[in-house]
Write a protein that binds this ligand. Structure first.
Ligand SMILES: [Fe+2]
Length: 383
């Protein structure tokens, strides 16, 4: 049995309309000038103005930084930190998807730590308070995870920056922020949340507390993702997906992920495949790979997805059944075939090496060598 610690000390404020509380939250904490990170859609929807007005009401000035990029490059983080310093900001607010929140965690860290973000993958940073975030998607769990995925543009790699000391002071979960999310993004981000739960559940660091939470996340996503993909305005189902995704971020903080995210990070960085899609294409081969090590857990995943088992299956058969159940769940949502991404792999050997060396691969309950990684990549990308 694994000894473990269990961490969650971030205030989470969750209800429809909660985004209107930013002024009170930030103002009463004593901050005076916020760097406000968001994309153009938040301005167009009027939410950015609503937040700025709420801040003004509590005497907090704000300056917008609208340069949100998916898979945020390290250079953008450095630029954002310089912007915060030049403008004399004493706090950072981010409202957006996982990339906006990842940017905010890294930028806020650099307000208190000199140099480029690239220096902090391998060295600790001092505590960096003054961060407040609200996700507009339900998937990454970036609001509660202690990593920030930054792209190293020199080596074309997506790297998890540890930001344990730069976590939000408060997280706002407002399901109304997610209702306008298009069906495709709803699906991709929701499948990312499902992958976080599976990979935390089937992980060398898994523990009894996180296992309960991961099972619940999977159940919520299995039940509610089809609902919100079909009807984005279902606020109750949106709130459940937001809670599941947030708990998935919490799971990442405590037990991280496994080779599923290694596959997604390597393929995502090399072929610019959307993260949630990459996770969903990688999960079936991962389930088959790990079934011999954790057959009961893989069986439970299959059951959550509607598969039935006789009890006489071999671990390999359990893996195939669970993978098939996942594929029919995923494809039933409307996910396109991976073939539509037109990925041409010229050097599978190099990709497999990158997967083996990606940090999460080491946490897979079944060892991942180059042959195993190549096999999973071939199945993931239908090569
Ligand atoms: Fe993820």
């Amino acid at each position: 049995m694994l000894n473990y610690t269990f961490v969650q000390n971030i205030k989470v404020l969750a209800f429809p309309g909660a985004v209107g509380c930013f002024g009170e939250m930030v103002g009463t904490a004593g901050y005076k000038k916020a760097m406000f990170i968001h994309g153009g859609s938040l301005r167009r929807s009027g939410v950015a103005d609503k937040v700025a007005a709420s801040l003004a009401e509590y005497g907090v000035e704000c300056v917008s930084f609208e340069k949100v990029k998916s898979d945020p490059p390290a250079e953008l983080i450095d630029e954002g930190a310089a912007f915060a310093k030049e403008n004399g900001c004493d706090c950072v607010i981010a409202i957006g998807g996982g990339s906006a929140i990842d940017m905010a965690k890294a930028i806020n860290m650099l307000r208190f730590n000199e140099g480029s973000v690239m220096e902090y993958f391998a060295k600790p940073h001092v505590a960096s308070p003054g961060l407040f975030v609200a996700p507009t998607t339900a998937g990454t769990g970036a609001e509660l995870s202690t990593g920030s995925v930054i792209t190293d543009t020199v080596h074309n790699m997506k790297l998890p920056l540890p930001v344990n000391n730069s976590m939000p002071e408060a997280v706002v979960l407002d399901p109304e922020l997610t209702v306008s999310m298009p069906a495709a993004m709803t699906m991709q981000t929701g499948l990312d949340a499902f992958s976080h739960a599976v990979e935390g559940y089937c992980n060398l660091m898994s523990n009894i507390m996180m296992d309960q939470i991961c099972e619940k996340i999977m159940e919520i996503v299995a039940e509610n993702l089809p609902v919100v993909v079909k009807d984005g305005s279902d606020i109750a189902a949106r709130a459940k997906m937001q809670a599941a995704a947030c708990m998935g971020g919490w799971s990442l903080t405590n037990v991280y992920a496994n080779v599923g995210h290694s596959l997604a990070h390597v393929v995502g960085a090399n072929y610019h495949l959307v993260h949630g899609s990459a996770c969903s294409y990688g999960l079936p081969p991962v389930l088959k790979h790990i079934a011999p090590a954790v057959p009961q857990k893989v069986r439970r995943i299959g059951e959550i997805l509607g598969a039935s088992f006789t009890g006489s299956e071999t671990p390999e058969e359990i893996g195939v059944k669970a993978a098939d159940a996942y594929i029919s769940f995923r494809d039933g949502l409307g996910m396109p075939s991976v073939k539509e991404a037109n990925i041409v792999v010229e050097d599978l050997d190099t990709l497999a090496t990158l997967v083996v060396n990606e940090p999460f691969a080491q946490l897979t309950p079944m060892p991942v060598d180059k042959d195993a990684a190549a096999k999973m990549l071939r199945e993931m990308l239908a090569l």
